[in-house]
Design a binder for this molecule. Structure first.
Ligand code: HGY
Ligand code: MN
Ligand code: MN
Ligand code: MN
Length: 408
């Protein structure tokens, strides 16, 4: 086989994406594979089966991170090249977020093995635990732990939104491992953009050079329940109205931002949650992101100041996650650009709005990401979609970058 025009097997990759995308659907057909859930176990088992079918050694570490390893006697002592992403999902998810990077990584390794090539270093495909952070905080927990940003003990003690403990859940689903995987020589993550830029500009490949900072907080506002009909407006301690003022405040600040700040209150609950009772309590989460660390800090301080001014309301703030902006390895970004151009694809450098495992792994080794377009910029939504041709193009660019980094 002429190795210059080696390409992945598009049918196998696309079929696997669809197959994995059917694992974990609830009674309403929504895709939900929250970290360490039964659905997650089924997805993990499927990934492990495909990895083993390609003759890869499968390792699981203490946090349930799965590593599908291609290692040969002549290269085993070298630091591996790591590909990967995650296969846990949000609630009512699309089928590409995370899964595309993991399955394309597996596809690249299978293609290279089937071509009879032997890399100068091991190649490992990772599926990190709890990237989405919907059930357990912080998000990117598995890759954060692998990168040494949190101890295994702290990570395993994480309590889910359902009160369950991550360590116990991983043991329950059979993914509480003990394997260790060497620090990679480099990390490349292929991912859908989950935003509108590539599609809007008609560009096929994104060479991601940086990733914005993320601040997650849970805020609990305590007021006083009272009668909705008899309590004068001047005598209320309305936790619901206070929460609404926070949401409006954050929206105004983010919309006025010069650095591209985004602010989201994605979850909110009132207690006692009755139509004619002034809310005694409001519990909600704040997701603040900004490519500029000083700006992100300023927004966090402004939020704290706003909370401090809420009269007659008791404020409790829980820190759920805090990650600084990350700049990826410029040499790897250049490799991605060259590989895209060599295949005749349009390519542009860009920032990632979403958090990714690469943000964590870049703490311990040079890392970079490859994006492909998301139709309508939609993600974290069952309408998430990327044209098959773009999915295949991204996987072939990943194949070429792997050949450059891991082969003579
Ligand atoms: O929220 C994020 O950006 C990531 O998908 N957990
Ligand atoms: Mn993702
Ligand atoms: Mn996601
Ligand atoms: Mn993500």
């Amino acid at each position: 086989m002429a190795l210059t025009n080696l390409t992945i097997d598009p049918d196998r990759l696309l079929a696997r994406l669809k197959q994995l995308g059917e694992i974990g659907r609830d009674g309403e057909g929504r895709l939900i594979r929250l970290a360490a859930s039964d659905a997650d176990r089924l997805g993990r088992d499927r990934f492990v089966a495909w990895a083993k079918a390609s003759g890869l050694a499968v390792k699981v570490d203490r946090i349930g991170n799965i590593f599908a390893l291609w290692s040969e006697p002549e290269n085993a002592q070298e630091a591996p090249l790591m590909l990967g992403s995650h296969i846990d999902t949000v609630i009512d998810a699309g089928i590409y977020d995370g899964c595309y990077g993991v399955l394309a990584g597996l596809e690249v390794v299978a293609t290279l093995k089937e071509a009879g090539l032997t890399p100068k270093r091991p190649v490992v495909v990772a599926a990190f635990t709890n990237e989405e952070g919907v059930r357990f905080s912080p998000d990117m927990l598995g890759s954060l732990c692998f990168a040494g940003g949190i101890t295994p003990e702290e990570a395993l003690a994480a309590r889910g939104t359902d009160g369950k403990i991550l360590g116990e859940e991983l043991a329950r689903i059979g993914y509480a491992g003990s394997d260790e995987v060497a620090r990679p020589a480099a990390y490349i993550e292929l991912h859908i953009e989950q935003g509108p830029v590539l599609e809007r500009e008609g560009v096929a490949i994104g060479a991601v050079e940086n990733l914005q900072g993320i601040s997650w907080q849970r805020i609990i506002l305590d007021g006083v329940a009272n009668h909705a009909g008899t309590t004068p407006m001047t005598m209320r301690h309305d936790a619901g109205a206070a929460a609404a003022s926070v949401i409006t405040f954050l929206q105004a600040r983010a919309r006025a931002s010069k650095t591209g700040t985004v602010a989201t209150v994605g979850t909110i609950a009132f207690e006692p949650n009755a139509i004619n009772v002034i809310p005694a309590r409001a519990v909600f989460t704040v997701d603040l992101r900004d490519p500029d660390e000083a700006s992100l800090k300023a927004h966090e301080k402004a939020l704290a100041d706003h909370l401090a001014k809420l009269e007659g309301i008791t404020v409790t703030v829980e820190r759920l996650a805090r990650f600084e902006p990350v700049v990826f390895d410029q040499d790897l970004v250049a490799e991605i650009e060259m590989a895209a151009k060599a295949r005749g694809h349009s390519v542009r450098r860009m920032t990632s709005g979403a958090g990714h495992d690469a943000q964590m792994i870049s703490r311990i080794t040079p890392a970079a990401m490859i994006f492909v377009p998301s139709i309508g910029g939609i993600s974290h939504n069952p309408k998430e979609l990327t044209p098959d041709a773009d999915l295949v193009a991204g996987a072939n660019v990943l194949l070429d970058v792997v050949r450059t980094l891991a082969f003579r």
